[in-house]
Write a protein that binds this ligand. Sequence first.
Ligand code: ADP
Length: 158
Amino acid sequence: AAAGILPLRHAFFLTDLTMAIERTFSILKPDATERNLTGAINAVIEEAGLRIVAQRRIRMTDAQAKTFYEVHAERPFYGELVSFMTSGPVVVQVLEGENAVAKYREVMGATNPAQAAEGTIRKRFAKSVGENSVHGSDSPENAKIEIAQFFTDSDIVG
Ligand code: ADP
């Protein structure tokens, strides 16, 4: 029996090295909560193999929305975006899975629902380029920054 243990442990070790388990930050936006779509969107997320390892429904403050979208401060839609994100409840989430950042971007679809692929969240649920139901981090680096804006380590249960 002892002879069998070492190869088994070795196999798990190799698996750990090759799997890129990653976390990304997600927001179900006010147009989604308003239409009672949080469960439907979470089902798409889970069916894609992503695990919701933290989740909280909040009303974003003006300061939180401005900080969160600071990179877009010079864009013409910034004011509209901040007022939309504070117009109703949102659900902030941490998603975990293999290549979670890229996978969630794929599941979300293009920013503009008119350009989003069939079956994506935005194709199915988004109302417009602004009211597009979901946010997902665009890189692992930004995912860490965004997660830290809304969650502490003890909020996340993997
Ligand atoms: P994504 O959310 O797909 O990463 P961006 O980072 O380009 O897209 O934009 C952030 C958010 O700003 C979008 O999800 C959308 O809510 C809003 N937005 C982007 N472009 C426009 C636009 N042309 N008009 C209004 N709102 C926009």
